[in-house]
Design a binder for this molecule. Structure first.
Ligand code: PBG
Length: 328
């Protein structure tokens, strides 16, 4: 019952046929666009390692949100660049912090109501040492303290939700933070605010350009004592299971392209909404190849995104969100 009875090419003949048998679709509403909010007015500062991505002051972020809403994007993921940093990352949970200001401005803007406003919950942009939690000195160097950090992350999530975040997304990888964030939100009568947990987050070289964008590179050491080892898929499943047990409503997988098998494993195992983050390095790598004329921008961008959807992600956080929506 093979060839010539069966000819696979029959359904590939025209675009109409190809569209009919297409198994995976990509829609603007499945894309989340990250924004980096900084202080000032009229600021639009391009990130050198991420062409087309900017640090934006609140007024410019509002303009960006209007465009995102017009393009039909699913939402925005907000990061902040505070004016000053300290050991405790106080800027993260300051009710007048930079992302909190951004959220209030976005909430006051009619167009943004069509977008899901997701606030990244982490301390690395706010701590002087650049780690995602509290640092203490130990006999053999330093440690990123888990439980003290979790406490502060809870406070941060509550502050961001009060300022208007529709969803809070912890990306710090401390143990037990989802439970504490849930408690902190419920204490403030924010029991309807969902938690999108970066449950599966690997210690990745592909975050490099982000650290320029968010000015969040660790000043010493690295993140390998809290982010996962890139070799482990079973451990990722356990992280997800624990976060769901603690009350996570949705999970985020990160990075995407080097970890498509992990996304697939999670899809097969967990019946929850799942996003994947096509991180800064994935974007910059493609942009570099586009600049050299080595890859066709539109096709390579769409192929990278459909691959992530095919692996099982319901939605994708991507710096290509606007470009992709324009093509779609
Ligand atoms: C904060 C955070 C990072 C990213 C998202 N949230 C950086 C990191 O963990 O070092 C990376 C996103 C990207 O590379 O686009 N912890």
């Amino acid at each position: 019952m093979d060839f010539p009875l069966i000819r696979m090419r029959r359904t590939r003949r025209t675009e109409a046929l190809r569209s009919l048998v297409r198994e995976t679709r990509l829609e603007p509403g499945q894309l989340i666009y990250p924004l980096f909010i900084c202080s000032g007015e009229g600021v639009r500062k391009e990130i050198s390692s991420m062409p087309g991505v900017f640090n934006l002051s609140v007024d410019e972020a509002v303009k960006e949100a209007e465009e995102a809403a017009q393009l039909g994007l699913g939402g925005l993921l907000l990061f902040g660049l505070p004016e000053s940093k300290d050991e405790q990352g106080t800027g993260a949970w300051d009710d007048h912090g930079i992302v909190q200001q951004g959220l209030r401005a976005l909430k006051a803007n009619a167009a943004s109501k069509r977008l899901v406003l997701i606030a990244d919950v982490c301390l690395c942009e706010y701590t002087s040492h650049g780690h995602c939690g509290m640092v203490v000195e130990t006999a053999d160097g330093y440690d990123v303290e888990n439980d003290a950090s979790v406490d502060i992350l809870g406070r941060t999530a509550a502050s961001l939700a009060k300022a208007g975040a529709d969803v809070v997304a912890p990306s710090d990888m401390m143990d037990g933070r989802v439970a504490e964030i849930r408690r902190a939100l419920d204490d403030e009568e924010l029991e309807q605010t969902p938690i999108l947990s970066y449950a599966s987050k690997f210690a990745s070289a592909f975050y490099g350009p982000f650290r320029e964008a968010a000015d969040s590179a660790p000043q010493f050491g690295d993140r390998r004592s809290y982010q996962m080892d890139g070799a482990n898929v079973r451990e990722a499943m356990r992280e997800i299971e624990l976060d769901l047990g603690e009350g996570a409503d949705m999970i985020l997988m990160k990075p995407a392209m080097p970890y498509l098998d992990v996304i697939r494993a999670a899809r097969d195992r967990f019946e929850v909404p799942m996003g994947a983050y096509q991180v800064s390095g994935e974007y910059s790598m493609l942009q570099a190849a586009f600049a050299k004329g080595w890859l066709e921008p539109e096709r390579a961008m769409l192929e990278s995104l459909i691959g992530i959807r095919r692996a099982g992600a319901d939605f994708i956080v991507t710096y290509f969100a606007k470009d992709a929506a324009k093509v779609l």
